[in-house]
Design a protein around this ligand. Structure first.
Ligand code: WTA
Length: 630
């Protein structure tokens, strides 16, 4: 790719160019893609409304760039390697030509069901090729995909389907993950009792289990594919037409639908993939995320395919059948770039420090991490035991809202500092601000903001633009606020400290404490609750819930079990509290506000100074909570 940077000098040059003349810089990058109509203006922006438009007036289809563009030169190249959950299950190798045909067929199935440009389609599926195909099929005809992670409950699915008013759901019979089968279709059926907007359900056969099919509404994808052709023109999309919605947790209320648009997202997903991971022509790239998260969108599907790379998609988990599965897969498919989350690294480290010694993994060239801060111990283990001290590590910082990686090393050309995300990618202008929003320069710690748009910046939160403004652009006017705290060292390297809002990061998954509290409060035994994060050896952060229950529920263990089940039912297993402490009261100010700072300290194991408690209505409650802390 013409936009690939190959030396650190080139990086510095590109960076300087991108800041001095963003329009000419991004023009050169965007020119490497196929457009149906070239843009009239590179960028229009205003961070107050906010209103950001990239490649204004341009027209394109991202699937032409992911698929059609490669057919002449790379038609037989493997686009996707699929590795099943069960190690003895045969892998699949899907060439660019086959993927193109399958995407076109699936797009025609969607059309057959009346799906049109702009319609919202919900995907709730395991990590099977049909998921990637369905994502691209939506993009092919301009339908907006909203992928929901398969671990979410029926209730979470209802919230997401109704918020986006989806007309079609694509799912599977079951989901096989580790040693378990989860019935995806049953969850969908349950959810659809409350989703009148859905008129069709397309079901992929994955586990082969018996599932009820509702006549007129539910259809087997296998059967549908038989009656359509493998040719489907790519819908012309305006640069600023939405490409997808992806729900993510914030500090308040229900998850919000982050909207990304076609032109800017394409350019940045392609550009960031090429430069961070530095894949060569024959390389196999493996990102272990689930496509239900932004990492899977940008670096399993779009980023690799935009660059004509080979992307490995894995349906299993790191510990099944045992804790060497990742290393087996790396050797089996000769993976060159491996990209995973610190949680996975820590849990595999805990499963056996020396287990990876049995695997030489000579193909590996580069390692990556994403999703949460990596502690130095895990960084060094990853570097020594997996990279065998040969491979560079890129610690990539970004967010659902940023669409692509913003801070990271580039391949092995940037000096590595353990636990530091490093430098901004060209086009990205991060700053640190103090509480008042004043920019602080040099070596400093502060709130991480970005002061200039990059092409894949969030455009809106679906159906509620004001929420987008308040969440990201209001706190520090004129800046995009990330919600993270960070430190910058004398070399300009950033180290992410973590969230500074009421979002916690559990195993690399973003969870809003308010969301968990709302779920817990639905439990019949619960009067009120407060949820905070606390440091957890494997997960990064754990969920600590302080719960007040009513007088009739005296059996604490029963309450704990019930609260856990309620959270699983309402949100899903990923939000299950790690610790539940039953308390008789919560530390509240006279105005009724819960002082989370105090609860956070208690959850962190602080027994001494809890700071000023004089404004509390009942300071005595703090002593009680401290005494009962787990
Ligand atoms: C955190 C995931 C430290 C951060 C791509 C951010 C990180 C949130 C890193 C976004 C990293 C992500 N180092 N922290 N390399 N990458 N984070 O939306 O707190 O699921 O705000 O996107 O994860 O999570 P999200």
């Amino acid at each position: 790719m013409s936009y690939r940077i190959r030396t650190i000098e080139e990086y510095h040059e590109a960076y300087a160019h991108s800041v001095k003349e963003p329009a000419t810089f991004w023009t050169a990058v965007a020119d490497a893609f196929t457009w149906q109509r070239r843009w009239d203006e590179v960028l229009q922006w205003d961070f107050t409304t906010p209103d950001v438009k990239w490649f204004v007036g341009g027209s394109l289809n991202i699937t032409e760039n992911c698929l059609d563009r490669h057919l002449a030169t790379h038609g037989d190249k493997t686009a996707i390697i699929w590795e099943a959950n069960d190690a003895d299950h045969p892998s699949k190798y899907i060439s660019y030509r086959e993927l193109h045909a399958q995407v076109c067929r699936m797009a025609n199935v969607l059309k057959k069901h009346g799906v049109k440009k702009g319609d919202r389609i919900c995907l709730y599926m395991p990590m099977v090729p049909e998921l990637a195909i369905s994502v691209l099929a939506c993009a092919r005809i301009g339908a907006i995909h909203s992928v929901v992670f398969g671990g979410f409950s029926a209730r979470s699915l209802v919230d997401r389907i109704t918020d986006a008013i989806c007309s079609v759901v694509i799912t599977s019979d079951g989901i096989r993950r580790g040693g378990k089968n989860i019935s995806a279709k049953t969850v969908v059926d349950e959810a659809l009792k409350d989703c009148p907007s859905v008129r069709a359900v397309l079901v992929a056969k994955c586990t082969g289990e018996e599932v009820p099919m509702q006549a007129g509404r539910d259809h087997w994808i296998e059967e549908e594919l038989k009656v359509v052709v493998a040719d489907c023109p790519a819908e012309p999309m305006d640069s600023e037409d939405p490409l997808f919605i992806l729900y993510t947790s914030g500090s308040t209320g229900k998850p919000k639908g982050v909207v990304h648009t076609c032109g800017g997202y394409m350019v940045y997903a392609g550009y960031s993939f090429a430069n961070v991971f530095q894949c060569d022509e024959e390389d196999v790239f493996w990102c272990t995320a689930d496509i239900g998260w932004i990492t899977g969108h940008s670096y399993i599907i779009y980023g690799p395919l935009l660059n004509g790379a080979t992307s490995l998609m894995f349906a299993g988990i790191p510990t099944y059948p045992d804790a060497t599965r990742f290393w087996q897969v790396i050797e089996k498919h000769k993976v060159n770039q491996f990209y995973t989350a610190p949680t996975a690294i820590r849990s595999l480290m805990a499963a056996g420090h020396d287990l990876p010694d049995r695997f030489a993994m000579p193909s590996l060239k580069l390692l990556g991490t994403v999703g949460e801060p990596i502690n130095e111990e895990a960084w060094h283990w990853y570097h020594e035991k997996i990279g065998k001290k040969r491979c560079a590590i890129v610690d990539t910082w970004w967010q659902t809202e940023t669409g692509g990686i913003l801070l990271s090393g580039l391949g092995d050309m940037t000096p590595m500092k353990p636990a530091h995300a490093g430098l901004p990618l060209p086009g990205v202008q991060p700053i640190l601000v103090d509480q008042q929003g004043n920019e602080i320069t040099g070596e400093a710690e502060g709130y991480l903001c970005i002061k200039f748009p990059w092409p894949s910046i969030i455009r809106t939160t679906y159906g509620d633009h004001e929420r987008c403004r308040i969440n990201y652009f209001a706190q520090y006017p004129g800046r995009y606020f990330t919600g993270d705290g960070a430190r910058r060292d004398k070399d300009g390297f950033f180290r992410i400290i973590g969230r500074v809002d009421d979002v916690i990061n559990v195993s690399g998954h973003r969870i809003g404490t308010a969301e968990v509290e709302n779920a817990i409060n639905e439990d019949a035994a619960v009067v009120e609750s407060a949820v905070v994060g606390y440091p957890h050896d494997i997960k990064g952060q754990g969920i600590y819930a302080f719960v007040i229950c009513d007088g009739e529920h005296a059996d604490e263990n029963a309450v704990r079990a019930s609260v856990t089940a309620t959270v699983e039912r309402i949100i899903g297993k990923i939000a299950r509290p790690d610790k539940i402490q039953i308390v008789s009261g919560l530390p509240k100010t006279r105005s009724g506000k819960i002082m989370r700072r105090i609860l956070r300290k208690i959850a962190e194991g602080e027994t001494g100074n809890l700071g000023d408690t004089s404004t509390l209505l009942d300071p005595g409650v703090v002593e009680e909570i401290k005494a009962g802390a787990q």
